[in-house]
Design a protein around this ligand. Structure first.
Ligand SMILES: Nc1nc2c(c(=O)[nH]1)N[C@H]1C(S)=C(S)[C@@H](COP(=O)(O)O)O[C@H]1N2
Ligand SMILES: [Mo]
Length: 425
């Protein structure tokens, strides 16, 4: 057993749902549905001729956990238990991602209680002064700041892996750049007094493991203390000027931009400072890790040869035009965003001729560190026909996006160039 498991008596095994009933949404979460067939019809939007045969406690599959996606707009649902949904690129066209279009990535069951009243954040472990802070305490004791911060899931792009990698088949849209309001993670850590022997943080949230086993966590990750101390990291209680969306971690979450989204613990209840690399669920084995040497697609890699992912790689996304667009014009305007983990994007180039020639896009500086950078370009479409717009970002370290996937067994860090199909008619 790892130290983590000893401390929490939690196991990291992922148990499959026990029965069909177990896979259906829990009636308690949608109490209004318990009741007459008429209420069910209203919810389904149609008469239910066999309503009287529906076993007690069963909910029509058509309604499966749709409440999780309330307040979200146009997301592609990959899974509803746990809830996972990504945003089609053309719906990410805004420079600041509206909450309705911020993707959802859950590893377990969201907490039942997401009320800000009475929410407590514990900061403990190797600190001088362990603290228990309410959201009001955070607001009154620390400077409140607002920043646009990009979050990308480590598995974004996994759906393009060949041979495939297990896990959510994200395509392009497990990325967003909302405006987050909160206090600096570093300020809170400094107030607690980080002891000299601390090397890693450990983050705990109030969501529960899919198995429903009490005390068992779905995900608990951490970062090296040097990364934790970056002044851009926030303990956030607001997203785009409002309370956090329930599926984006209400009422309190970490935002650790530049690194895999999994470092940004949602429903945050505890930050624990440790003198070993944190070994919570999804920190061990091969989770959020890549081989530390180049591998062939499909190659088997020994678990000991995997390293924990740190910064995310340089990447760009074309958000306008949307793929499949048609135009009667002889030129087309291109808009998108680019980001580069802990680095800056120095250049974005676009191509209309399958990469034979490249044109430099106008690239804006980030509105603040770790916001994605917007780019614009205009490309000529010399005659009628099919074209592809390609985009390629280069970081200030001189690293560019590759054409081919840097394949790895778990399907992480796909930053190949984005291609959008357009037709001049
Ligand atoms: N408590 C908790 N925090 C979590 C997760 C989770 O399952 N539970 N998923 C992580 C992962 S893998 C990602 S990519 C981001 C996604 O944030 P979002 O759902 O707000 O887009 O949340 C991270 N924080
Ligand atoms: Mo993720």
């Amino acid at each position: 057993m790892s130290d983590y498991e000893k401390e929490t008596s939690a196991s990291t095994e992922l148990a499959p749902p026990k029965s069909l009933d177990d896979m259906l949404p829990k009636p308690s979460r949608r109490g209004f549905l318990r009741g007459s067939g008429l209420t069910l019809s209203a919810a389904v939007g149609a008469a239910i001729p066999f309503a009287s045969n529906l076993p007690e406690g069963f909910i029509p599959v058509a309604l499966a956990d749709t409440d999780m996606f309330d307040g979200k707009d146009g997301l592609t649902v990959l899974n509803d238990r746990p809830a996972n949904a990504e945003t089609p690129p053309h719906l990410l066209n805004d420079d600041i991602t509206p909450t309705a279009r911020h993707f959802i990535r859950n590893n377990g069951n969201p907490p039942e209680n997401m009320s800000a009243d009475g929410w407590k954040l514990t900061v403990d472990g190797l600190v001088d002064t362990p603290m228990e802070l309410s959201i009001e305490d955070l607001k009154s004791k620390f400077e409140v700041v607002t920043q646009a911060l990009a979050i990308e899931c480590g598995g974004n792009g996994r759906g393009f892996f060949d041979p495939p990698a297990k896990g959510n088949q994200w395509t392009l849209g497990a990325v967003a750049c909302s405006e987050w309001t909160g206090v600096r993670f570093a300020d809170v850590l400094k107030a607690a007094g980080v002891k000299n022997n601390v090397i890693y943080t450990a983050h705990v949230g109030a969501d529960t493991h899919l198995s429903g086993t009490p005390g068992k966590l779905a995900l608990s990750r951490g970062v090296p203390i040097e990364k934790a101390m970056d002044p851009s990291n926030l303990i956030a209680f607001a997203q785009n000027g409002n309370a956090l969306h329930p599926m984006n971690g209400a009422p309190l979450r970490l935002v650790i931009p530049g690194w895999p989204g999994s470092c940004s613990q949602k429903w945050l209840t505890r930050v624990w400072l440790r003198d070993i690399v944190h070994d919570g669920p999804k920190m061990t084995g091969t989770a959020y890790k890549v081989p530390n040497y180049p591998v062939e697609p499909g190659e088997k890699v020994d678990t000991k040869d995997f390293d924990i992912i740190h910064a995310m790689p340089v990447k760009s996304l074309i958000t306008s035009p949307m793929t499949g667009a048609q135009t009667g014009d002889s030129s087309i305007s291109v808009h998108g965003h680019a980001w580069a983990g802990d680095d800056l994007v120095e250049m974005v180039e676009v191509s209309i001729d399958f990469g034979a020639t490249w044109t430099k896009a106008d690239l804006a500086a980030p509105v603040n560190p770790y916001a994605w950078q917007n780019f614009d370009a205009t490309l000529d479409l010399p005659e009628k026909g099919y074209y592809e717009i390609w985009a390629r970002a280069t970081s200030d370290k001189g690293v560019s996006q590759p054409h081919a996937i840097n394949w790895n067994p778990k399907g992480y860090l796909n930053n190949t160039l984005h291609r959008v199909a357009v037709r001049r008619v």
